[in-house]
Design a protein around this ligand. Structure first.
Ligand code: NAD
Length: 332
């Protein structure tokens, strides 16, 4: 049986998901909505979706979808997840889940209550090399973590507006922060510095920072740092390095390196993480196996909470202890 899929927000990321879903057996894109109606209709026609809708409500109540990809920018998620979950529609919400943790926690509660399958866009978790790193690090004591995300500024208008994107850590380096949570455990405390060095010369209306760094302590006691910049147009680099007294492990883009007393191995990933993520979502729905999903909505909300805590720290100049989701107990 095919899983019928709808999209809300069909910009660059959504189009990539749609192209990916075309390669996945049992996935069928049936319904599209974008606030830009011209774009909505074009995408529906290009990819053979049954219908382009004129509102979110129409799409959600159409009876045409079993599952929904939410690919609007993070400032434009109001009411979508709750409405879909109440209709029993399974959800994949792109990262970051939003810009206000209280709103996201309310959505999380409705989603969990509904019993739907839920996933998020933390695609790096689906890399084969990340699975290997996770197995290796399970046996090790991590003492220091060094992470970075350096590159050019994305072209979307909303990206340079802090109130719309949340800034680079919330919007992009969130992938590296999420990998740290996935591989080395929860964050205990964050201290951040964000500065605007040059961004006004590129975009006079920008409110987002262009260089930022977060120091942190994990619950394990390990310490670390994540450095981000969107001014680095001559190099595009993203990675996470883990150091311990008896090993070194790095994930640099799609390449894993492990060095210890017995080995010095380098391995490049052979999988398309978007394909693996979207396939896991479709198969989880088809076979009712939520365990196939490596980062569900609640897990993604915990990552968001840490990145927003870093923003609070940068604004206040004080270390912040990120809040964590409470264990879920279904009400009657
Ligand atoms: N997981 C990843 O690797 C990855 C990569 C890129 C982007 N993303 C995420 O995907 C999301 C979208 O990013 P993008 O690059 O596609 O942005 P984009 O600007 O290219 O596309 C956003 C689309 O949403 C539409 N939109 C805006 N407000 C809307 C609303 N209220 N209702 C319906 N549609 C609305 C816009 O018209 C646009 O077509 C972001 O959250 C981004 O962080 C994830």
């Amino acid at each position: 049986m095919a899983v019928r899929i709808g999209f809300i927000g069909v910009g660059g990321m959504a189009e990539h998901h749609i192209q990916t879903l075309r390669r996945i057996e049992h996935a069928q894109v049936t319904a599209i909505y974008d606030i830009n109606q011209k774009r909505s209709q074009e995408v529906a026609e290009t990819y053979g979706a049954k219908k382009s809708f004129e509102s979110i409500d129409q799409l959600i109540n159409s009876g045409e979808i079993d599952a929904l990809f939410i690919c609007t920018p993070p400032f434009a998620r109001s009411g979508i997840e709750e409405a879909a979950a109440r209709q029993g529609i399974h959800l994949l919400a792109e990262k970051p889940l939003g810009l206000h943790i209280d709103e996201v926690r309310i959505k999380e509660r409705v989603i969990r209550e509904s019993g739907i399958i839920h996933s998020s866009g933390y695609c790096l978790r689906y890399l084969d090399i990340v699975a290997k790193a996770k197995a290796y690090l399970a046996e090790k004591q991590v003492d220091l973590v060094l992470a970075y995300r350096l590159g050019d500024m994305p072209g979307m208008r909303w990206w340079t507006i802090m109130e719309q994107s949340g800034g680079q850590l919330v919007e992009q380096s969130t992938h590296q922060l999420d990998l740290i949570r996935y591989l080395a455990g929860e964050f205990k405390e964050v201290s951040a510095i964000h500065e605007k060095r040059y961004i006004h010369n590129i975009d006079p209306d920008a409110t987002a920072y262009d260089v930022g760094t977060v120091s942190f302590v994990l619950e394990s006691g390990a310490i670390g740092n994540i450095t981000s910049s969107c001014l680095a147009k001559y190099v595009g680099r993203s990675g996470v390095e883990f150091y311990g007294h008896d090993f070194y492990l790095s994930i640099d883009g799609g390449t894993l390196r492990i060095k210890d007393d017995h080995q010095d191995v380098t391995e490049t990933s052979e999988v398309d993480f978007y394909y693996e993520q979207d396939k896991a979502f479709v198969e989880a729905i088809r076979t009712n196996q939520p365990g196939l999903i490596l980062c569900d909505y609640s897990d993604a909300a915990d990552t968001l909470a840490v990145t927003l805590a870093a923003n609070d720290s940068a604004a206040s100049g004080k270390p912040i202890i990120p809040g964590r989701g409470v264990p879920f107990v279904k009400s009657n």
